[in-house]
Design a protein around this ligand. Sequence first.
Ligand SMILES: *Cc1c(COP(=O)(O)O)cnc(C)c1O
Length: 389
Amino acid sequence: MNPNSTLRTVPAPPHDERLYVTQPHLAPLAEFIPYLEKIWSSKVLTNGGPFHQQLEAALCEYLGVRHLSLFTNGTLALVTALQALRITGEVITTPYSFVATAHSLLWNGVKPVFVDIDPHTLNIDPGKIEAAITPQTTAIMPVHCYGHPCDVDAIQSIADNYNLKVIYDAAHAFGVERDDGSILNHGDLAILSFHATKVFNTFEGGAIVCPDAKTKQRVDHLKNFGYVDEVTVVAPGINGKMSEINAAFGLLQLRHIDEALTRRKAIAAQYRALLRDVKGIRCLGDAGEKVANYAYFPVIVEDGYPLTREQLYQAFRDCDIIARRYFYPLISDFPMYRGLPSAHRDNLPVAANAAARVLCLPIYPSLSDADVERVVSVVANPPRAIGND
Ligand SMILES: *Cc1c(COP(=O)(O)O)cnc(C)c1O
């Protein structure tokens, strides 16, 4: 028997009513068949085939960016972006992200230097970047966390002053715009992820957004072993190419992305309205974006709430709702990072506090209004905390 069953506030639903933090948005299967038929008849499976080219063009158009190179996944895109700009030494980054952000630095033999985050946006705090710059610093790798734009102007001016590159991990920021257009046009390069859990997915996939054709060409070479033509290899490249199946699926998914984003927006509005009067629960605000993507719905469990974040997380699980503690633990607390001087807790108090208090609630296009009400009913009528653990 579940020892926590006395904490239940709503009857446990059957297993198939379990709610996850996300569910992939999938275009109707029947619509995918014609794409597969084309691949089967052409026998072009990869290596920059027609669907790969079409998806690059379609994404440039949809996102409002000039050049983009598709990848197998977002992590290889991050690793390759650092290669493309020949980043070495130290790179300033955030501890409050998915672990791939910092892993991409280690895969390049680069030392991550963690800088604390802003309490309002949970993005890297530009006011704390300068103090972390050393003669070894070559770049800044910020993350548009939850799809909320970083303070790109402040970051660029620091980069300009110190002659640093800026590579945005924009894995969460598909379709996000400020007044000046796509957030992806900021920095020397920006990286997208099209993983199954992201707003726009190609099962697995990713991309590097490049400011000019020359940079895109270098990236294209790097993702294809460094090959320029049949007999010329110009760099120690990797295999990061997106397959035709994934690219074709991306073209189909793109036809349905607007409806997905519209539904996400409605869910976020419903959460905000229903959670407005719940004492001790704060919804993370936006960060000045003109077009948001509602990729996540993070709430902050404050001291005025009757449960801790851990207790609320467990109360959800007891009701078959799988909320997620993004981002806990901090990247800087994982074993391969925690020995770094910048990983010390005293250096990262805001990030440590966020990691202990944030919970991401389910949000995805097929989540119903009733599902949202079920989630909110757990938050609004929490079981009484038993003990103080
Ligand atoms: C998902 C994600 C990645 C990695 O992308 P993959 O496509 O899964 O390799 C990198 N950074 C952040 C912030 C992410 O959320």
